[in-house]
Design a protein around this ligand. Structure first.
Ligand code: LLP
Length: 418
């Protein structure tokens, strides 16, 4: 469910015509719907209402300060993977006691910042990281609260680039070896072992892989209890998928029900790290048609947005819906919707049937709220897009479009080249 729909033939974001935003802010621009963000967060949070739990929004999915603030106001926490995300979460007003720090390559300065901030826990991914974190905590005279991210070796049945819980992936600690690792963690005096964590992948569209992972993690919890290690937090990561085209991912209620059933009364505080399911369908990328280009074999719609703005189709071959901002019923065409970047991988859609647009028309790339702007770059020296948040009849620019000066900020020509 989201609040992007046609009203009198014009695509609206809540009560605002998308055309108005494009006219005032330009294109390409990301547009987020506040009502959708709130609704998705609430539905997800409510689904777990029966259990003590904490929803830690995965900042990597969308790290705009205003978006993060929506979840702060809703009482949520954050899953971060870098010092930069910690900085953003704190700037957005996050309660550090609701922040979990995941990631396979935490640097010591990032660990220090997180320890100083007083985060809830570090999800540790290797034995070396355990030792380094212990040393960093010692140097600050603090204890680092930790969980181990275990790798349960479950196939999430999703794109290989976003599968993270299989034996051969770089993530987590092999669940079979994890009791040993927990023992090591318990022996390090500047660590406080409080949790178990796992995250098996992203854009999962069925429940069984989550339940399989939970079963395996539960066995581990049992083994840890026999070792006298009392685990208070169980972090099950993120990963619930959304509909981009015709996927039928389970509703958060069904997902939560399966997990609650799987937990079977286990006495832990549950942590969840959803990203995509909260923000994915709460955002669109608005882009303008520059040219129609037709060759003997192919038709191209060249737009002003590109793979630097939204890389998902290029990187994962993923599908993003594309709608004309002005509803059209007439002639359609089958075309590639492509950006101006000098790579054949620069496309939003391939061989897509769309209403035939004309130069100047606006198109909305749907389901772009997750891993859209947050994965954008300046490739081809393209300034990053603006971001807009819509609330009812109003809209707010929550990130200005970058300027040409922004593009060269920090660069210098050394004197030897003067
Ligand atoms: N927790 C951890 C430890 C993660 O690595 C991730 C995502 C999440 C939570 C949130 O997962 P979600 O609920 O959003 O599925 N760029 C890719 C997705 C990469 C996901 C990386 N990890 C894409 O655009 O599909």
């Amino acid at each position: 469910m989201h609040y992007f729909e046609y009203r009198s033939g014009e695509l609206h974001a809540e009560g605002v015509p998308v055309r108005r935003i494009a006219e005032e802010v330009g294109t390409p621009t990301y547009v987020y719907s506040l009502a959708t963000l709130r609704r998705h967060y609430q539905i997800f949070d409510q689904a777990f209402a029966r259990l003590p739990h904490l929803v830690c929004f995965s900042v990597k999915a969308n790290s705009n300060l205003a978006v993060l603030r929506v979840f702060v106001r809703a009482g949520g926490g954050f899953d971060i993977v870098s010092g930069g995300e910690l900085f953003r979460a704190l700037k957005a007003g996050a309660d550090p006691k609701k922040i979990v720090f995941s990631g396979v390559g935490k640097r010591t300065d990032e660990m220090e910042d997180a320890l100083r901030a007083g985060i809830l826990m570090f999800n540790v991914e290797s034995q070396q990281e355990l030792r380094v974190l212990n040393e960093v905590a010692r140097s600050l005279g603090k204890k680092a609260p930790i969980s181990l991210r275990v790798n349960p070796d479950v196939d999430p049945r999703t794109h290989p680039y976003i599968s993270t819980g299989m034996k051969k992936s770089k993530f987590g600690i092999d669940i079979k070896r994890s009791v040993e690792e927990y023992k090591k963690a318990l022996s390090l005096s500047y660590l406080e072992v409080i949790g178990v964590d796992c995250h098996i992948g992203s854009q999962l569209t069925s429940i069984p892989p989550f339940v399989d992972a939970l079963e395996r993690v539960k066995l581990l919890l049992g083994a840890l209890r026999t070792e006298g290690c009392h685990i208070r937090y169980l972090d099950l990561g993120g990963g619930l998928g959304i509909r981009y085209k015709d996927e039928e991912p389970p509703h958060p209620d069904l997902y939560a029900e399966a997990i609650i059933r799987g937990l079977g009364g286990l006495n832990v505080i549950l942590i969840l790290e959803p990203g995509r399911v909260i923000v994915g369908n709460a955002g669109i990328l608005v882009t303008k048609v520059l040219y129609l280009k037709e060759t003997e074999d192919k038709k191209f719609v060249v737009v002003d947005g590109a793979m630097n703005d939204l890389i998902r189709p290029a990187l994962y071959g993923s599908y993003q819906g594309i709608l004309p901002v002005e509803e059209r019923t007439g002639e359609t065409m089958v075309a590639d919707v492509v950006g101006p970047i000098c790579e054949s991988g620069d496309f939003f859609a391939k061989d897509r049937e769309i209403p035939r647009p004309k130069p100047g028309d606006l198109l909305a790339v749907m389901s772009a709220g997750a891993y859209g702007f947050s994965m954008s770059s300046n490739y081809n020296s393209r300034a990053k897009a603006a971001e807009v948040l819509v609330d009812g009849e109003s809209f707010y620019v929550v990130r200005e479009r970058e300027s040409l000066q922004d593009l060269i900020r920090g660069e210098a020509i050394p004197s030897i080249l003067h």
